[in-house]
Design a protein around this ligand. Structure first.
Ligand code: AMP
Ligand code: TRP
Length: 332
C-alpha cells in the first residue's frame, strides 16, 4: 500500500528555531518521514504578510533550511522545498481566493488577531488572503495529513471546505486533508515565564532556548530558569509550572520518563536539577547547531538540496494545477 501523504509548512521569520518549535513540531515531522510520504515547505511567501527586510528574509530562509536538515529532515526521505520556488502555490492560491467567501475568510481568528494588533490601515491584504495560500500549499500535494499546532486547526478546516466545494462544483480534483494535531504534551513554555508558551515574540528572549544560540548562552539561560515555591522536583503543572516545564524538556530530549526523573532528583534541590537539564539540552543541541552552521557555510550545496526539493515539488504541484485548470475550463 502506498504511504499517506503529509504536508506541513513553517515560516522563516526568525534567525533560530526554539525548543518549542522543535519539540512541538519539527521533531514530529522527522518521525513522520519513516511512515509517510512527507513534503515540508519553508513558506517564505507567507512571511511577506508582515513588513520584511530583504537581507533578513534571505538569511532566515537559508537558516530555516539548514536547521531543518540539521534537526533530521532528510532530503532522501522528504521533499524539502521553498514555497516561492514553486510558482504553482501562487496559481492555486488565486483559485482558492476565488472559491472562498469574504465572510468565511473574515472569520479566521488568526487574521482577526493579527489585523487587530496592527490596525486595519496597516494590515496587509495578504494577511487576509493568507489562509487561501495555505490551502493551496496543502491541496497542491493532495496531502492526507497536515501536522500543525492547535492554532492552525481552523485553517485546515477552511482548506477542507474549499476543496470539497471545488470537487462538488468542478469534479473530483483534491484530496480532503485532515489536521494532524501535534501532541499536547509537546507544548513547551517560556523558562522565565512558565505559564506562557515559549515564543519567538516573547519580550527579552531570556526564557527562550534557541537552537542556534551558543552552548554557553543556553547553559546560562537554563541555570537561571525560574523555579517554584518548595524544593521538591515534582511534576505539577498548576503548583510548579517552572519545574514541570523543565521536566517536560528533559524528558523529551533524554527519552526518560517524568517519573524516572522525579525519582532521580528526590531529595536533591532545584539547583542540581537545573544543572542536569542544562547538560541534557546543551549536549542535545550542540551537534545540531554545529551541523546547521556547517550547512550554512556551504551555501552552494544547501541551495542545490533546496533546488532538488523544489523541482520534485513542482512536478507534483504542476499536475494538480493542470487538473484544476481543466476542471475550471481554462484553455491550456
Ligand atoms: P510559529 O513560528 O510560532 O508559528 O511556530 C511554528 C511551529 O512550532 C508551529 O507548528 C507551532 O505549533 C510550533 N510551536 C511554536 N511554539 C511552540 C511551543 N512553545 N511549544 C510547542 N510547539 C510550539
Ligand atoms: N500558517 C502556518 C503557521 O503559521 C504555516 C503554514 C503555511 C502551513 N502553509 C502551511 C502549515 C501549510 C501547514 C500547512 O504555522
Amino acid at each position: 500500500m502506498s504511504q499517506k501523504r503529509v504536508l506541513s509548512g513553517i515560516q522563516p521569520t526568525s534567525d533560530s528555531f526554539h525548543l518549542g518549535n522543535y519539540l512541538g513540531a519539527v521533531k514530529q515531522w522527522v518521525e513522520l518521514q519513516d511512515t509517510h510520504d512527507t513534503f515540508y515547505c519553508i513558506v517564505d511567501l507567507h512571511a511577506l504578510t508582515i513588513e520584511t527586510d530583504p537581507a533578513l528574509l534571505r538569511k532566515r530562509t537559508l537558516a530555516s533550511a539548514a536547521q531543518l536538515l540539521a534537526l533530521g529532515i532528510s532530503p532522501e526521505k522528504s521533499t524539502l522545498f521553498i514555497q516561492s520556488q514553486v510558482p504553482q502555490h501562487n496559481q492555486l492560491g488565486w483559485i482558492m481566493e476565488c472559491m472562498a467567501g469574504f465572510g468565511e475568510a473574515s472569520r479566521m481568528t488568526q487574521f482577526k488577531d493579527k489585523s487587530a494588533k496592527v490596525g486595519s490601515d496597516s494590515a496587509r491584504v495578504g494577511l487576509f488572503t493568507y489562509p487561501m495560500l495555505q490551502a493551496a500549499d496543502i491541496l497542491l500535494y493532495q496531502a492526507d495529513l497536515v501536522p500543525v499546532g492547535e492554532d492552525q486547526r481552523q485553517h485546515i478546516e477552511l482548506t477542507r471546505d474549499l476543496a470539497g466545494r471545488f470537487n462538488a462544483r468542478y469534479g473530483d480534483t483534491f484530496t480532503l486533508p485532515e489536521a494532524y494535531i501535534l501532541k499536547a504534551g509537546a507544548k513547551i513554555n517560556d523558562i522565565q515565564d512558565p505559564t506562557s508558551k515559549m515564543s519567538k515574540s516573547s519580550g527579552s528572549g531570556a526564557g527562550v532556548i534557541e537552537i542556534m544560540d551558543s552552548p554557553d548562552a543556553n547553559l546560562k539561560k537554563i541555570k537561571s530558569a525560574v523555579t517554584d515555591a518548595g524544593r521538591e522536583v515534582k511534576f505539577d503543572q498548576s503548583e510548579k509550572p517552572g519545574i514541570s516545564n523543565l521536566l517536560t524538556i528533559h524528558s523529551a530530549l533524554s527519552g526518560r520518563t517524568i517519573a524516572e526523573l522525579e525519582n532521580e532528583f528526590e531529595g536533591k534541590g532545584y539547583g542540581d536539577f537545573k544543572s542536569a537539564v542544562a547538560d541534557v539540552v546543551v549536549e542535545y543541541l550542540r551537534p545540531i547547531r554545529e551541523r546547521a552552521l556547517e550547512l550554512l557555510q556551504d551555501e552552494k550545496h544547501l541551495l542545490s538540496v533546496l533546488h532538488d526539493g523544489s523541482a520534485k515539488a513542482r512536478t507534483v504541484a504542476g499536475a494538480t494545477v493542470d487538473a484544476t485548470y481543466k476542471g475550471l475550463g481554462v484553455v491550456q
